[in-house]
Design a protein around this ligand. Structure first.
Ligand SMILES: [Zn+2]
Length: 419
């Protein structure tokens, strides 16, 4: 790693099929190699990035929701195995995703450029702390009011004596709305443009000292695909499947076309400014566009969410370095090794993806632990699911046994080490 500069670009929420259709033709021109069997370790941003940055599965790095930690309070905690602790010099973070920032635990970068994307309006506390927000949400959920009209919520909170909380909640929502509206008015190209142009301009304006590690998260493929904000009301609509199907599908395709052109520009800048770059382009998870009546990501274990694009440009002799991945799968946690060694990933016969917050009829995120398994069975690629909580599984017994040995065995080993 020390002599080589590495660029890792995560195109957040890019499905493999759209990646192959729109992004791959651009990358081919720059000498990239395509890996067809890449599998994410999780279905949403934070645990998936945690795997790339530690080389571990979620059951090992433990960056996921639990019974007591709701999804909104999940944070990454750097350990010795953290990628940034292995790379000593010139590390740069360019991010359009507020979940992949130093505030969320991805610390240690020498330079940080946070792109303005108008998606999460403000991750920092606005009048109510995140803990207070969770408390109010639970209170409303118990009464079945969590996704009802804001005025009904406000009146209920007043009725139960939560006057100060209710007032601050209304002010917080109003501030979010005002910020959101002013953002839309000043950014006519949003939501097609979610920060990639700022990233291009930033890179064009400076010459990074080599060797460097540049990590980028670009959000163009992530919803929304219409001028709306990621509020509770919007999420509820997605969860209920109450989305404008045409708008999502055409919006997603337009985003892929737009991003492919911008990526071409970005790579041409990198190509002309630096020699011998190792460049990895991938996605942290896919995006559901109505498959099985499901939309978005983060709440289901669906192969569309888990099969991710993976394209790598090796600095020299890509043909020699490349080994066929036909006989196995490449888990996204292997990004860690690729960045550090510059070697192509070795396919594995069995890889897993995990879900710790399932969607139920009661709530968007109900604690659970399900494991999706990709494996080769009778020479064919297969996918099955083990529910670690109620012990149900549609996996063959031998696959289920291997997964349990892997997960429970690792926990026991960890406990032994701690003692
Ligand atoms: Zn993501």
């Amino acid at each position: 790693m020390e002599e080589r500069s590495v660029v890792l670009i995560v195109l957040d929420s890019l499905r493999k099929d759209y990646g192959d259709k729109y992004i791959w033709p651009v990358l081919k021109k720059y000498g990239f190699v395509k890996f067809d069997n890449a599998v994410s370790t999780a279905t949403w941003t934070v645990p998936s990035h945690a795997s790339m940055f530690t080389g571990l599965y979620p059951f090992q790095h433990r960056v996921h929701p639990t019974e007591s930690v709701p999804i909104s309070l999940v944070r990454f905690k750097p350990t010795d195995k953290y990628l940034l602790n292995q790379i000593k010099r010139n590390t740069v973070l360019i991010t359009a995703n507020s979940l992949v920032t130093p505030l969320m635990g991805f610390r240690g970068f020498d330079v940080v450029k946070e792109l303005e994307n108008g998606f999460f309006m403000d991750p920092i506390k606005m009048l109510l702390s995140e803990k207070e927000v969770q408390r109010v949400k639970r209170l409303l959920e118990e009464r079945g009011l969590r996704y009802s009209h804001p005025i009904r919520k406000f009146l209920y909170l007043i009725k139960v004596g939560e006057i100060s909380t209710a007032t601050r909640l209304v002010l917080r929502e109003t501030m979010k709305f005002v910020r959101g509206t002013s953002f839309v008015l000043t950014h006519p190209n949003w939501p097609l443009e979610k920060g990639v142009t700022q990233a291009i301009n930033w890179l064009q304006a400076r010459k990074l000292q080599q060797p460097f590690f540049l990590f980028m998260n670009l959000m163009e493929m992530h919803e929304p695909y219409e001028k709306t904000f990621y509020t509770d009301a919007y999420i509820t609509k997605i969860v209920r499947g109450d989305v404008d199907e045409e708008r999502w599908k055409t919006g997603y395709e337009r985003a892929a076309i737009y991003l492919s052109k911008k990526l071409d520009r970005l790579l041409s800048i990198l190509h002309s400014n630096y020699d011998n770059l190792l460049i990895i382009v991938t996605a942290d998870h896919g995006q559901l566009l109505g498959e099985n009546g499901l939309w978005s990501h983060g709440r289901f274990l669906h192969p569309i969410l888990l099969r991710v694009p993976l394209y790598i440009r090796f600095p020299e002799n890509p043909e020699e370095l490349w080994t066929s991945t036909k006989d196995g799968f490449v888990s996204l946690r292997k990004i860690y090794d690729i960045v550090l060694t510059g070697r192509p990933p070795k396919p594995e016969p069995l890889v897993i993806s995990e879900l710790y917050a399932c969607q139920t009829s009661k709530s968007i995120h109900e604690p659970c632990h399900k494991v999706g398994v990709f494996y080769n069975g009778n020479g064919e690629e297969r996918f099955c699911v083990v529910d670690m909580k109620d012990k149900r599984s549609d996996c063959p017994p031998e696959v289920k046994k291997k997964v349990k040995l892997l997960i429970i065995g690792s926990r026991i080993r960890k406990n032994l080490i701690r003692k």
